[in-house]
Design a protein around this ligand. Structure first.
Ligand code: GDP
Length: 593
């Protein structure tokens, strides 16, 4: 480890020869004394927690959280300095929200200095508690602590959901309660789909969309949010096929019902053969003069593939065909929300739902993706232990592939980006008299599959003071060493990292990574994006600041609805702009842009 640190520091030109020996000795001694070891991440302990404990321990967790918080007198919060919320308050919050919505009286909630921008809206505590109306006030509190505690851990959003969106969500919740898994309507519809009485004509009461997992967690979350928006627009009920690997990650988002695909669902992969969307389009083209009968169940593949035939999903005619299909099974790893904005028949509805077009994931994500009590326990404890009470929280999301030389270059790029843009303070190389006590404290959260980044950065900031005198603590919650599939604990760590990043004040993210997109969008942040290396060299500039918090839609349509090629990328569509990290991709932009 020392070698790599030495190399990194030397490459950065941050120390002169005369310091090197004392530097290594100092580091070694310090690390031994502190017993700091990244070989054991905070999660090693959790590996032994059985699934049952993990997912059924919500109530118990609550008890102990409340107890600990009530007992603690420490004035530390996870909202940064300037907040008067204490652990004690956090504990009483749980009780207060359980008692009444007049919870605001129990708090003295002051926004931090950083929160005083003119964009900041007036938020009452009840607004914050209910995420400005995204969350319905009567929801069950105990089964999903994050629903009502998340506002204690992050600054109030600068972006308010529209009244129209809130009305749509409440209507959707009613629909889901009526038609969701194992309701009378659901049972009747499934029976009808298995044995249709009237061949070719659907008389089902409710329509459904089943989301299925593709690729990593970030990809899954952006496609799930897109699927939910599609369900809102088309009055479909969304069910999610989480399998074992995603079980217990999230709370149920819709009150008094479940979005989990039932085990006895008859149309799971391979159980039955069904029509594909692409085939339906082909048949439709071949029979342009007469109407093609709609299938009852359809596989809608919106995944990016290498051949990537045009999907025409952004066209009204395709949407007309899809509207007649009672059950859609979706495979997608994409944030396809921008393609919904450009469907003419959806665009008016969407502009009412999202008058600020670049807030779609921000609102939908905060509504849908509430960490389960088990995951929330990890997030909130980590936050309180390592991020609370700091002047600034900085998140570095580092997505790389496992070649060591690339790691060193990447580390150099991160430092060049972060120091140039004053995200991280520079090291003081001369002997100086800077007193650390009067200066700022910064908590740097490093998320990466590899321990190298957290270790290197931590050592760097322990080894020398900063020019500003700021004290920098570096924390990396986990390092999985490789991306894993079908692994529940791996996904818990990924969600923890994503969520913790979203609680930061400033982010540096890796280009084209949906992992980073989800974090920035949940947090309402415009990150510094590390640009791709050019032939293993750091580009200049090493990073650029994003113009929007929205995820990038990597593969937008290339043809119009008549099949004519469109001019390059997003410019072909109104209110869109090419993504900075993938110029062939696009994002919605708001009128503010
Ligand atoms: P993308 O591939 O960068 O777009 O992001 P995805 O989230 O879709 O896929 C990457 C997957 O690799 C994640 O879901 C994790 O399983 C794993 N992974 C990558 N980076 C990290 C990290 O920083 N922390 C953790 N815990 N897992 C990561």
């Amino acid at each position: 480890m020392m070698n790599s640190i030495e190399v990194t520091v030397e490459r950065m030109g941050l120390v002169s020869d005369r310091y090197r020996i004392s530097l290594v000795v100092l580091c070694t001694t310090f690390l031994i004394l502190c017993g700091v070891s990244y070989k054991h991440s905070i999660f090693d302990h959790f590996e032994s927690v059985s699934k049952e404990q993990a997912f059924e321990g919500g109530g118990q967790n609550l008890g102990s959280t409340v107890q600990v918080n009530r007992d603690s007198e420490a004035d530390k919060t996870c909202e940064g300095r300037g907040q008067n919320l204490t652990h004690k308050n956090l504990g009483s919050t749980v009780k207060a929200i359980a008692d009444s919505e007049a919870v605001s009286k129990n708090f003295s909630f002051t926004n931090s200095a950083k929160d005083s921008s003119p964009l900041t809206r007036n938020h009452t505590t009840t607004d914050k508690l209910l995420l400005d109306g995204l969350i319905v006030s009567g929801s069950d509190k105990i089964s999903c602590l994050s629903r009502f505690q998340s506002y204690l851990f992050r600054k109030a959003s600068l972006y308010k959901p529209s009244r129209y969106l809130i009305t749509k969500l409440r209507k959707y919740e009613d629909l889901h309660k009526r038609c969701g898994p194992h309701t009378r309507h659901y049972n009747k519809t499934m029976k009808e789909l298995i044995r249709p009485r009237n061949k070719g004509h659907s008389s089902t009461l409710c329509k459904y969309m089943v989301w299925t997992p593709v690729n990593g967690l970030g990809n899954r979350m952006v496609s799930m949010a897109s699927a939910f928006l599609y369900a809102l627009l088309t009055d479909r009920v969304l069910m999610v096929d989480f399998r074992d690997e995603m079980t217990g990650l999230f709370c149920e988002p819709f009150p008094n019902s479940s979005w989990i695909l039932p085990n006895d669902f008859s149309f799971r992969d391979g159980r039955r053969h069904f029509e594909t969307y692409q085939n339906m389009l082909k048949k439709d083209r071949e029979n342009s003069s007469r109407q093609v009968s709609s299938p009852l169940v359809l596989h809608l593949n919106l995944q990016h593939t290498s051949d990537n035939p045009e999907k025409f999903f952004h066209c009204d005619h395709s949407q007309d065909l899809l509207s007649n299909v009672p059950l859609l099974i979706l495979s997608s790893d994409q944030y396809f929300v921008p393609s919904l904005f450009i469907v003419p028949s959806f665009s008016q509805e969407l502009s009412k739902m999202f008058p600020e077009r670049d807030t779609a994931f921000h609102h939908l994500g905060r509504y849908l993706f509430l960490p389960s009590n088990h995951v929330w326990g990890i997030i909130s404890r980590f936050c309180q232990a390592y991020m609370a009470g700091k002047d600034q929280r900085i998140g570095l999301q580092i997505r790389t592939f496992p070649d060591l030389s690339a790691h060193q270059v990447k580390m150099d790029q991160i430092l060049r980006c972060a120091i140039r843009n004053k995200v991280l303070p520079e090291l003081e190389l001369r002997d100086s008299m800077i007193s650390p006590w009067k200066n700022q404290t910064k908590s740097v959260l490093v998320t990466s599959l590899y321990s190298y980044f957290g270790e290197s950065l931590m050592t760097m900031y322990l080894t020398r003071p900063t020019v500003t005198g700021d004290i920098v603590g570096v924390y990396q919650p986990s390092h999985e060493e490789q991306q894993k599939f079908d692994d529940n604990m791996h996904n818990i760590k990924a969600l923890t990292d994503i969520y913790l990043l979203s609680l930061c004040d400033v982010l540096v993210t890796s280009s084209t990574s949906s992992f980073g997109y989800v974090a920035q969008s949940l947090g309402g942040l415009k990150p510094w994006i590390l640009l791709k290396l050019v032939d293993e060299n750091i580009p200049d500039p090493p990073c650029v600041q994003d113009f929007s918090m929205e995820p990038c839609f990597h593969y937008p349509p290339k043809h119009d609805c008549m099949g004519k090629p469109l001019h390059k990328n997003g410019k072909a569509f109104p209110y869109t702009r090419a993504c900075l990290d993938q110029t062939s991709g696009m994002k919605m932009v708001s009128d503010r842009e």
